[in-house]
Design a protein around this ligand. Structure first.
Ligand SMILES: Nc1ncnc2c1ncn2[C@@H]1O[C@H](COP(=O)(O)OP(=O)(O)OP(=O)(O)O)[C@@H](O)[C@H]1O
Ligand SMILES: [Mg+2]
Length: 292
Protein backbone atom coordinates (compact mmCIF):
# COMPACT_ATOMS: atom_id res chain seq x y z
CA UNK A 1 0.00 0.00 0.00
CA UNK A 2 3.02 2.26 -0.22
CA UNK A 3 2.32 5.63 -1.78
CA UNK A 4 -1.44 5.60 -1.54
CA UNK A 5 -1.36 9.09 -0.12
CA UNK A 6 1.65 10.46 -1.89
CA UNK A 7 3.71 13.19 -0.36
CA UNK A 8 2.33 16.60 -1.07
CA UNK A 9 5.44 18.68 -1.30
CA UNK A 10 3.58 21.82 -0.26
CA UNK A 11 3.17 20.40 3.21
CA UNK A 12 6.63 18.96 3.61
CA UNK A 13 8.26 20.40 6.64
CA UNK A 14 11.76 20.15 7.91
CA UNK A 15 10.66 18.61 11.16
CA UNK A 16 9.17 15.39 9.88
CA UNK A 17 9.31 12.65 12.46
CA UNK A 18 9.09 8.94 12.06
CA UNK A 19 8.52 8.08 15.69
CA UNK A 20 5.35 8.81 17.59
CA UNK A 21 7.07 10.40 20.53
CA UNK A 22 8.72 12.42 21.82
CA UNK A 23 7.71 15.35 19.64
CA UNK A 24 10.40 16.47 17.25
CA UNK A 25 12.36 19.62 17.70
CA UNK A 26 11.01 22.59 15.83
CA UNK A 27 13.14 24.86 13.67
CA UNK A 28 15.24 27.15 15.81
CA UNK A 29 14.64 30.05 13.47
CA UNK A 30 10.87 30.15 14.02
CA UNK A 31 11.30 33.23 16.18
CA UNK A 32 8.55 35.24 17.80
CA UNK A 33 8.89 38.25 15.50
CA UNK A 34 7.05 36.63 12.64
CA UNK A 35 5.49 33.73 14.45
CA UNK A 36 1.86 32.84 15.00
CA UNK A 37 2.58 31.97 18.57
CA UNK A 38 4.69 34.05 20.89
CA UNK A 39 4.80 32.04 24.02
CA UNK A 40 4.76 28.34 23.27
CA UNK A 41 5.57 26.97 26.68
CA UNK A 42 9.08 25.64 26.92
CA UNK A 43 9.44 21.94 27.55
CA UNK A 44 9.45 21.17 31.23
CA UNK A 45 13.07 20.56 32.14
CA UNK A 46 13.49 16.86 32.64
CA UNK A 47 9.94 16.58 33.93
CA UNK A 48 6.77 15.07 32.62
CA UNK A 49 6.25 16.55 29.19
CA UNK A 50 2.69 15.37 28.70
CA UNK A 51 0.44 18.35 27.99
CA UNK A 52 -2.91 16.65 27.43
CA UNK A 53 -3.68 13.42 29.23
CA UNK A 54 -6.84 11.35 29.12
CA UNK A 55 -6.98 8.34 31.41
CA UNK A 56 -9.82 5.80 31.33
CA UNK A 57 -12.30 8.27 29.86
CA UNK A 58 -15.82 6.98 29.28
CA UNK A 59 -18.80 8.84 27.92
CA UNK A 60 -22.35 7.77 27.11
CA UNK A 61 -25.14 9.49 25.25
CA UNK A 62 -28.07 7.60 26.75
CA UNK A 63 -27.47 3.94 25.93
CA UNK A 64 -24.78 4.75 23.42
CA UNK A 65 -21.24 4.25 24.72
CA UNK A 66 -19.48 6.92 22.64
CA UNK A 67 -16.08 7.00 24.33
CA UNK A 68 -14.79 3.66 25.56
CA UNK A 69 -11.96 3.75 28.06
CA UNK A 70 -9.92 6.33 26.18
CA UNK A 71 -6.27 6.62 27.17
CA UNK A 72 -4.36 9.28 25.28
CA UNK A 73 -1.31 11.32 26.13
CA UNK A 74 -0.24 14.20 23.94
CA UNK A 75 3.27 15.49 24.44
CA UNK A 76 4.14 19.17 24.37
CA UNK A 77 4.63 20.29 20.75
CA UNK A 78 3.25 17.05 19.39
CA UNK A 79 0.79 17.04 16.47
CA UNK A 80 -1.75 14.24 16.80
CA UNK A 81 -4.18 13.59 13.96
CA UNK A 82 -7.35 11.71 14.89
CA UNK A 83 -8.86 9.64 12.11
CA UNK A 84 -11.83 7.31 12.01
CA UNK A 85 -15.18 6.63 10.40
CA UNK A 86 -18.18 8.87 10.91
CA UNK A 87 -19.71 8.40 14.34
CA UNK A 88 -16.57 6.88 15.85
CA UNK A 89 -16.40 9.58 18.54
CA UNK A 90 -13.75 11.97 17.19
CA UNK A 91 -15.74 15.16 17.79
CA UNK A 92 -16.93 13.96 21.18
CA UNK A 93 -13.33 13.27 22.13
CA UNK A 94 -12.33 16.83 21.16
CA UNK A 95 -15.28 18.31 22.99
CA UNK A 96 -14.53 16.49 26.23
CA UNK A 97 -10.99 17.87 26.24
CA UNK A 98 -12.30 21.32 27.09
CA UNK A 99 -15.45 20.15 28.84
CA UNK A 100 -17.88 21.17 26.15
CA UNK A 101 -19.06 17.66 26.98
CA UNK A 102 -18.97 16.11 30.43
CA UNK A 103 -17.50 12.65 30.95
CA UNK A 104 -18.91 9.73 32.94
CA UNK A 105 -15.63 8.42 34.28
CA UNK A 106 -11.89 8.85 33.95
CA UNK A 107 -9.71 11.92 34.15
CA UNK A 108 -8.57 14.60 31.75
CA UNK A 109 -5.54 16.72 32.60
CA UNK A 110 -4.23 19.76 30.79
CA UNK A 111 -0.62 20.47 31.70
CA UNK A 112 -0.95 18.35 34.82
CA UNK A 113 -4.16 19.96 36.05
CA UNK A 114 -7.37 18.01 36.14
CA UNK A 115 -10.31 19.67 34.46
CA UNK A 116 -12.85 20.76 37.05
CA UNK A 117 -16.56 20.23 36.42
CA UNK A 118 -17.46 23.92 36.41
CA UNK A 119 -16.73 27.39 37.76
CA UNK A 120 -13.96 29.95 37.32
CA UNK A 121 -11.21 27.39 37.34
CA UNK A 122 -12.87 25.59 34.43
CA UNK A 123 -13.09 28.87 32.49
CA UNK A 124 -9.39 29.46 33.12
CA UNK A 125 -8.34 25.97 32.04
CA UNK A 126 -10.70 26.07 29.08
CA UNK A 127 -8.90 29.17 27.84
CA UNK A 128 -5.75 27.08 27.63
CA UNK A 129 -7.38 24.92 24.96
CA UNK A 130 -8.07 26.66 21.65
CA UNK A 131 -10.73 25.07 19.51
CA UNK A 132 -11.49 25.49 15.82
CA UNK A 133 -14.61 23.85 14.45
CA UNK A 134 -15.92 23.02 11.02
CA UNK A 135 -18.30 25.98 11.19
CA UNK A 136 -16.40 29.12 11.96
CA UNK A 137 -18.64 30.36 14.78
CA UNK A 138 -17.56 33.97 14.41
CA UNK A 139 -19.86 36.62 15.88
CA UNK A 140 -21.76 37.83 12.81
CA UNK A 141 -22.49 41.30 14.20
CA UNK A 142 -18.91 42.04 15.21
CA UNK A 143 -16.00 43.04 13.02
CA UNK A 144 -13.14 40.66 12.40
CA UNK A 145 -10.96 42.71 14.74
CA UNK A 146 -13.60 42.64 17.50
CA UNK A 147 -14.03 38.89 17.05
CA UNK A 148 -10.33 38.42 17.77
CA UNK A 149 -10.01 40.93 20.63
CA UNK A 150 -13.16 39.97 22.54
CA UNK A 151 -11.73 36.93 24.34
CA UNK A 152 -8.42 38.50 25.37
CA UNK A 153 -10.20 41.62 26.71
CA UNK A 154 -13.01 39.78 28.52
CA UNK A 155 -11.29 36.63 29.70
CA UNK A 156 -7.61 37.50 29.87
CA UNK A 157 -8.10 41.10 31.01
CA UNK A 158 -5.85 42.50 28.29
CA UNK A 159 -6.21 46.25 27.53
CA UNK A 160 -7.99 47.15 24.30
CA UNK A 161 -4.94 48.70 22.60
CA UNK A 162 -2.81 45.73 23.52
CA UNK A 163 -5.47 43.25 22.35
CA UNK A 164 -5.86 45.12 19.05
CA UNK A 165 -2.12 45.19 18.42
CA UNK A 166 -1.93 41.46 19.05
CA UNK A 167 -5.03 40.82 16.90
CA UNK A 168 -3.54 42.75 13.96
CA UNK A 169 -0.32 40.78 14.29
CA UNK A 170 -2.18 37.46 14.27
CA UNK A 171 -4.50 38.49 11.44
CA UNK A 172 -1.49 39.53 9.43
CA UNK A 173 0.13 36.19 10.03
CA UNK A 174 -2.93 34.30 8.78
CA UNK A 175 -3.17 36.69 5.84
CA UNK A 176 -6.41 38.52 6.57
CA UNK A 177 -5.40 41.73 8.33
CA UNK A 178 -6.69 43.79 5.41
CA UNK A 179 -10.16 42.49 6.35
CA UNK A 180 -9.94 43.57 10.00
CA UNK A 181 -12.78 46.10 9.85
CA UNK A 182 -15.16 43.94 7.84
CA UNK A 183 -17.87 41.64 9.16
CA UNK A 184 -17.62 37.83 8.87
CA UNK A 185 -20.23 37.57 6.11
CA UNK A 186 -18.03 39.76 3.91
CA UNK A 187 -15.21 37.19 3.99
CA UNK A 188 -14.78 33.90 2.14
CA UNK A 189 -15.04 30.65 4.09
CA UNK A 190 -11.28 30.17 4.02
CA UNK A 191 -10.72 33.69 5.30
CA UNK A 192 -13.29 33.20 8.06
CA UNK A 193 -11.64 29.98 9.15
CA UNK A 194 -8.26 31.72 9.29
CA UNK A 195 -9.86 34.42 11.47
CA UNK A 196 -11.22 31.64 13.70
CA UNK A 197 -7.67 30.31 14.07
CA UNK A 198 -6.35 33.81 14.88
CA UNK A 199 -9.12 34.24 17.41
CA UNK A 200 -8.24 30.99 19.15
CA UNK A 201 -4.54 31.90 19.15
CA UNK A 202 -5.27 35.30 20.70
CA UNK A 203 -6.16 33.44 23.89
CA UNK A 204 -2.59 32.09 23.99
CA UNK A 205 -3.73 28.47 24.31
CA UNK A 206 -1.33 25.73 25.30
CA UNK A 207 -2.96 23.32 22.88
CA UNK A 208 -5.13 23.75 19.79
CA UNK A 209 -7.92 21.36 18.85
CA UNK A 210 -9.19 21.32 15.29
CA UNK A 211 -12.37 19.43 14.41
CA UNK A 212 -12.58 19.08 10.64
CA UNK A 213 -11.56 22.70 10.09
CA UNK A 214 -11.62 22.44 6.29
CA UNK A 215 -14.70 20.25 5.75
CA UNK A 216 -17.06 23.14 5.11
CA UNK A 217 -14.71 24.92 2.71
CA UNK A 218 -14.69 25.06 -1.05
CA UNK A 219 -11.76 22.99 -2.35
CA UNK A 220 -9.68 26.00 -3.40
CA UNK A 221 -9.77 27.36 0.15
CA UNK A 222 -8.66 24.20 1.88
CA UNK A 223 -4.97 24.74 1.21
CA UNK A 224 -4.83 28.24 2.68
CA UNK A 225 -6.20 26.94 5.98
CA UNK A 226 -4.00 23.82 6.02
CA UNK A 227 -0.97 26.01 5.32
CA UNK A 228 -1.69 28.09 8.42
CA UNK A 229 -2.08 24.91 10.46
CA UNK A 230 1.17 23.48 9.09
CA UNK A 231 2.93 26.70 10.02
CA UNK A 232 1.50 26.56 13.51
CA UNK A 233 2.73 22.99 13.87
CA UNK A 234 6.18 23.96 12.65
CA UNK A 235 6.33 26.70 15.27
CA UNK A 236 5.79 24.22 18.06
CA UNK A 237 2.09 24.43 18.86
CA UNK A 238 0.69 21.28 20.43
CA UNK A 239 -2.21 20.23 18.21
CA UNK A 240 -4.95 17.64 18.10
CA UNK A 241 -6.53 17.58 14.66
CA UNK A 242 -9.55 15.71 13.33
CA UNK A 243 -9.39 15.84 9.56
CA UNK A 244 -10.23 13.99 6.39
CA UNK A 245 -7.29 15.57 4.58
CA UNK A 246 -5.10 12.50 4.38
CA UNK A 247 -2.22 14.20 2.60
CA UNK A 248 -2.05 16.77 5.36
CA UNK A 249 -2.39 14.10 8.04
CA UNK A 250 0.48 12.16 6.59
CA UNK A 251 2.73 15.19 6.32
CA UNK A 252 1.90 17.19 9.42
CA UNK A 253 1.20 14.56 12.05
CA UNK A 254 3.73 13.18 14.48
CA UNK A 255 1.23 10.48 15.34
CA UNK A 256 -2.03 9.16 13.97
CA UNK A 257 -4.71 8.00 16.38
CA UNK A 258 -7.37 5.87 14.74
CA UNK A 259 -10.78 5.56 16.38
CA UNK A 260 -13.61 3.15 15.69
CA UNK A 261 -16.83 2.66 17.65
CA UNK A 262 -15.74 5.00 20.44
CA UNK A 263 -12.39 3.36 21.09
CA UNK A 264 -8.83 4.09 20.06
CA UNK A 265 -7.97 0.96 18.10
CA UNK A 266 -4.63 1.94 16.64
CA UNK A 267 -1.89 4.53 17.15
CA UNK A 268 1.12 4.85 14.90
CA UNK A 269 3.50 7.19 13.15
CA UNK A 270 1.75 8.42 9.98
CA UNK A 271 3.95 6.57 7.50
CA UNK A 272 3.44 3.35 9.41
CA UNK A 273 -0.31 3.88 9.69
CA UNK A 274 -0.85 4.71 6.03
CA UNK A 275 1.45 2.03 4.62
CA UNK A 276 0.83 -0.86 7.00
CA UNK A 277 -2.20 -0.40 9.24
CA UNK A 278 -2.27 -3.21 11.79
CA UNK A 279 -5.97 -3.59 12.53
CA UNK A 280 -8.70 -4.75 10.20
CA UNK A 281 -10.76 -1.65 11.07
CA UNK A 282 -7.99 0.68 9.97
CA UNK A 283 -7.32 -1.34 6.82
CA UNK A 284 -11.01 -1.18 5.99
CA UNK A 285 -11.13 2.59 6.68
CA UNK A 286 -8.15 3.28 4.43
CA UNK A 287 -9.39 1.03 1.65
CA UNK A 288 -12.70 2.91 1.56
CA UNK A 289 -10.89 6.22 1.22
CA UNK A 290 -9.02 4.90 -1.76
CA UNK A 291 -12.02 3.68 -3.67
CA UNK A 292 -14.01 6.91 -3.37
N1 LIG B 1 -25.35 15.36 21.66
C1 LIG B 1 -25.48 14.08 21.31
N2 LIG B 1 -26.52 13.34 21.72
C2 LIG B 1 -26.66 12.04 21.40
N3 LIG B 1 -25.78 11.36 20.63
C3 LIG B 1 -24.72 12.04 20.17
C4 LIG B 1 -24.51 13.43 20.47
N4 LIG B 1 -23.37 13.82 19.86
C5 LIG B 1 -22.89 12.75 19.22
N5 LIG B 1 -23.69 11.68 19.39
C6 LIG B 1 -23.44 10.32 18.88
O1 LIG B 1 -22.19 9.90 19.38
C7 LIG B 1 -21.48 9.17 18.39
C8 LIG B 1 -20.14 9.83 18.16
O2 LIG B 1 -20.37 11.08 17.54
P1 LIG B 1 -19.20 12.05 17.09
O3 LIG B 1 -19.83 13.29 16.59
O4 LIG B 1 -18.22 12.18 18.20
O5 LIG B 1 -18.53 11.22 15.90
P2 LIG B 1 -17.44 11.67 14.84
O6 LIG B 1 -16.39 10.61 14.84
O7 LIG B 1 -17.01 13.05 15.12
O8 LIG B 1 -18.24 11.58 13.46
P3 LIG B 1 -18.11 12.48 12.12
O9 LIG B 1 -16.89 11.96 11.37
O10 LIG B 1 -19.36 12.18 11.37
O11 LIG B 1 -17.97 13.91 12.53
C9 LIG B 1 -22.38 9.13 17.18
O12 LIG B 1 -23.07 7.90 17.18
C10 LIG B 1 -23.32 10.28 17.37
O13 LIG B 1 -24.55 10.04 16.75
MG1 LIG C 1 -17.18 14.84 14.05
Amino acid sequence: MVGLFPTRSRYVMSRMSTSPSPAPNRPADAGPADALITDAAPAAAGGNDVLVELVGVNKHFGDLHVLKDINLSVTRQEVVVVLGPSGSGKSTLCRTINRLESIDSGTIRIDGQELPQEGRELARLRAEVGMVFQSFNLFANKTILDNVTLGPIKVRGVSKPEAEAEAHRLLQRVGVDSQANKFPAQLSGGQQQRVAIARALAMRPKVMLFDEPTSALDPEMVKEVLDVMAELAAEGMTMIIVTHEMGFARQAADRVVFMADGAIVEEAAPDEFFTSPRTERAQDFLSKLITH
